[in-house]
Design a protein around this ligand. Structure first.
Ligand code: GEK
Length: 245
């Protein structure tokens, strides 16, 4: 995305105290490198989101990117969607992210209406939507508030609309979960992260990012009124699904 991609070394040296992970200026500065080296399949997922959005978008509707970070999924939708009168809405509650996102989307915004909203996705009015993307964002919402958010997304979608949801997933069974986590750590090591970086980042994320099982996601999506949930991608413990209204 960015022309230069500053390397993520935030957890490379031993830290006296590991504070809870936040999407602040420091993280934003290295975010592109961080997410590409940490989330298996990230670039494939981003590209596929645009392709799926183009299939389900409806003329004259809105496509939302909830927890947009630097706007990668918004840009992918912008590139793939050719239906008339489609507006994109990209939302994130990190001011630092939105500042960079605005820069990344500057060219795209000359061609199409793309609203940038700095705010909590739980307070957002979602309406006239045909596509809602939540790419690795629901995992940062408190578990007891996830159902309410999904209910509001479902209500804001037009008939035939879709939610494209990606999450880090947990299996629930201690043993197989440990295996998926080991594979993910192998992936991070292969991308140049040290054991120290992996373990310090893990501690920082422990309280702020709480993954659910795929069964739990499907249960909530059905409870929200989605009629069908289909998985479309998984690499290690990172999974993407589409929920049809
Ligand atoms: C991508 N989707 O590149 N309201 C708004 N934004 C939030 C909230 C909230 N309540 N909670 C967290 N965020 C992106 C990647 S990153 C995933 C998404 C990750 C935002 C937060 O500020 C961050 O930018 C994003 O959700 C999660 O496809 O870093 O693992």
């Amino acid at each position: 995305m960015s022309h230069s991609r500053p390397q993520d070394t935030l957890y490379a040296s031993p830290l006296e105290q590991i504070v809870d992970f936040r999407f602040d200026e420091q993280v934003v500065g290295v975010f592109s490198d961080m997410i590409n080296r940490s989330v298996p399949g990230y670039s494939t997922v981003i590209r596929s989101l645009g392709i799926l959005a183009a299939r389900y978008v409806q003329p004259g509707s809105r496509c939302y990117d909830l927890g947009c970070s630097l706007g990668a999924a918004t840009l992918s939708m912008h590139q793939q969607i050719h239906a008339p009168g489609v507006e994109l809405v990209a939302v994130d509650n990190s001011q630092a992210m939105m500042t960079r996102c605005r820069e990344h989307l500057a060219l795209a915004r000359e061609e199409r209406r793309i609203d940038l909203v700095c705010g909590d996705i739980q307070d957002l009015v979602i309406e006239n939507a045909s596509v809602v993307v939540m790419n690795f964002t629901l995992q940062f919402i408190e578990p007891e508030r996830r159902q309410t958010l999904l209910n509001r997304i479902q209500k804001g979608l037009r008939p035939g609309g879709v939610l494209l949801l990606s999450e880090k997933i947990a299996l629930g069974e201690a043993q197989s979960d440990a295996q998926l986590i080991d594979w993910h750590h192998d992936f991070k090591r292969a991308n140049g992260y040290s054991d120290l970086e992996i373990s310090q980042k893990r501690s920082a994320l422990e309280k702020v990012m709480r993954p659910d099982s795929q069964e739990r996601h499907a249960e909530r999506l059905h409870a929200a009124g989605f009629s069908q949930v289909l998985p479309w991608f998984q690499c290690f413990n990172f999974a993407s699904m589409v929920a049809f209204k």
